[in-house]
Design a protein around this ligand. Sequence first.
Ligand code: SF4
Ligand code: SF4
Length: 392
Amino acid sequence: MATSDKSDLVKIYHSLGRKKRLGTVILFVTSACNAKCRTCFYWQELNQPGDLTWDEIRRLSLGMPAFTDFWLSGGEPMLRRELTDIIHLFHTQNGVRWVNLPTNGLLPARTAEWISRICEENPGLQLDLNVATDGLHAMQDSLRAVPGNFTKTLETLEAVQPCRRKFPQLRVNVNTVICAENFDHVMAIAEFVKANCAVDGHYFNIIRGNAQDPTLKQIPTQRLATLYRDLQAVYDYYADQVFRRRTGLGRKIAQVYYHGTLALHNKIQLENISSPHPWPMPCTAGETSIVIDSNGDVRSCELRSRLANLRDYGCDFEKFWQAQARAEELEAIGRDQCWCTHVCFIHDSLRHSPKVLLYDIPLTYLESKFSSPSTQGHGFQAVPSLAGPAAR
Ligand code: SF4
Ligand code: SF4
């Protein structure tokens, strides 16, 4: 057996023993945003005063345990002056190994400069840059409510290419939010990106939360499974790139888990699109993952209520972590049965379930390969691998 095959099996074996401790932090680095997306679930919180200061973030980092996965959010992260310092801080002080960085693509030159700096300063860090593309031409400008947005999106994707070629730890992806207005154009967007943009992945998320334009949430859910099936071809196209450096059995194992995990995400999302339906594993939000808003509010997940404000604890994360409010929240999550479609938390939770890792993922992979088209489901989320940062 080749060394890479062994290392893949060892990674999966270690995943089975993953302890339930904090591993994923979602940090809204700023509330400032230069777009007005009609799909935005955070629109009421945007452009407010009170972002955590750099000093407060440093204090937070000091009191936080080691964790691996760092999802940045906002606002527009490229508007946070200390963005590269924040990433460097959590990489060096908290051991972060993977960063998911979304951008609305409106600042091409800054994005190229900062991405390059992040890669230079943090050679051991895996970075996924996700550029939002919800439509082509006028549709992108309309959905994101910024004239000329589509042109800027393409400029950003072009501007980061030198960096993408230089740094193997950087993946540049396109992210598309599926909504009522672009539902029938999703495949055309995917084909355009394949033909015109040099990217490593194209991921699709269903519109969620309290969108600024509620009509965009009226997607034809009965056609969603068919859309996921059609997107299979896009998925296959990029999967070859993701695992292009692997060979033999290691490549096959990685592909089964990559395909199977994405298929399971979508199966769970389809089951929960209309009403809550139990996941195949307990939700571990608030235990293995936490959300920190730009003003220091802290929540178990983006869908549940604020638990506290970290400023009330002097930005001492450990004090918050031991607080009664969090213990009560963990009990409440179990009681509330608030099953949802949120992929970040689905993914984080499944990594802590040996049953899902050994049974549901391989089974869902087989189902997706051999079942009838109407029951297939594949979607594409920029997620870390089961055993850590995404493979290239
Ligand atoms: S979705 Fe992102 S880019 Fe668009 S308005 Fe909301 S925070 Fe800004
Ligand atoms: S099931 Fe969904 S809404 Fe409930 S705690 Fe988990 S992520 Fe949040």
